[in-house]
Design a protein around this ligand. Structure first.
Ligand code: DGL
Length: 270
């Protein structure tokens, strides 16, 4: 009994290549406010999405190992890229439950719209077999899935560029060959892109819906914790959020800023 209580008091760990996963952490802090969180952004090694699967797997293992040794009751891979490269091995070797992310292709098709679904994600996520399997399982017709690898976006977000002309020019170039009139839904398949949603909404036609996997991931986290009796039983006030980065103080400053933006954006979420 005491052992379970001690486990319940441990923080939930999150990691990403950098700031992207803060958008997932913000959802968790709203939905489970009494839990403690520790977040690690591997800024020194970002971006992950233009690296090889082997490199991302090795980086993810290192970060996950560090977080588990620090002490946590669950690990959220708040990164679609790291999930596709490493979630399987992390689940095999780690002693805590591991919750991963995948582009929200399933909810996009569950909406039953007739138009095409554009999946924006990193090159690594989109070329992995895991993504192909996901589309095979969830798409009504593979011809309705359009993919757009966006290698340049993560670097912008990592520099704190989430609005303005530099971002707009980059998006215009990325979207130059996309026929927006046929698209009904855009899947934000990288946690960094949540910070760009306002600008994207202005660029795409008004009827286009944006879907991401953040809330679904946190609900899955809550289900896993509950099924293992790991949710805090007697919550006392709001939990702590600790932000860590391999990028040093300048990165931490950006982490705090973007976490606040993401948290405020989710105000009212229950
Ligand atoms: N945020 C990560 C994701 O969801 C990717 C970032 C990167 O390329 O480093 O895929």
């Amino acid at each position: 009994m005491q052992k379970i209580e001690a486990e319940q008091q441990k923080p939930i760990a999150f990691f990403d290549s950098g700031v992207g996963g803060l958008s997932v952490l913000a959802v968790a802090a709203h939905l489970m406010p009494h839990e403690d969180y520790v977040y690690f952004g591997d800024t020194a090694n970002a971006p992950y999405g233009t690296k090889s699967k082997e490199e991302v797997r090795a980086l993810s293992m290192r970060v996950a190992d560090m977080l588990v040794h620090r002490g946590c009751k669950a690990l959220v891979v708040a990164c679609n890229t790291a999930t596709s490269a490493a979630v399987k091995i992390l689940r095999e070797v780690l002693s805590v439950p591991v919750i991963g992310m995948e582009p929200a292709v399933k909810p996009a098709f569950a909406r039953g719209d007739q138009g095409k679904v554009l999946v924006m994600a990193t090159p690594l996520t989109l070329r992995e077999e895991k993504f192909q399997d996901l589309c095979d399982r969830c798409a009504t017709d593979l011809a309705n899935v359009l993919i757009l690898p966006c290698p340049s976006l993560v670097e912008l977000v990592e520099r704190g560029v989430i609005t303005g002309p530099e971002l707009e020019n980059t998006l215009t170039q990325l979207l130059a060959d996309v026929d927006m009139s046929v698209i009904s839904t855009v899947v934000l398949g990288c946690t960094h892109y949540l910070f760009l949603q306002k600008t994207l909404t202005r660029i795409f036609p008004a009827h286009v819906e944006f879907i991401d996997g953040n809330i679904g991931t946190v609900r899955q986290l809550a289900r896993v914790l509950e099924s293992r009796y790991l949710l805090r039983d007697n919550p006392k006030g709001r939990g702590k959020v600790e932000l860590l980065t391999s990028g040093g103080d300048p990165s931490l400053h950006l982490f705090r800023k973007l976490y606040k933006i993401a948290y405020d954006e989710m105000e009212g979420l229950e």
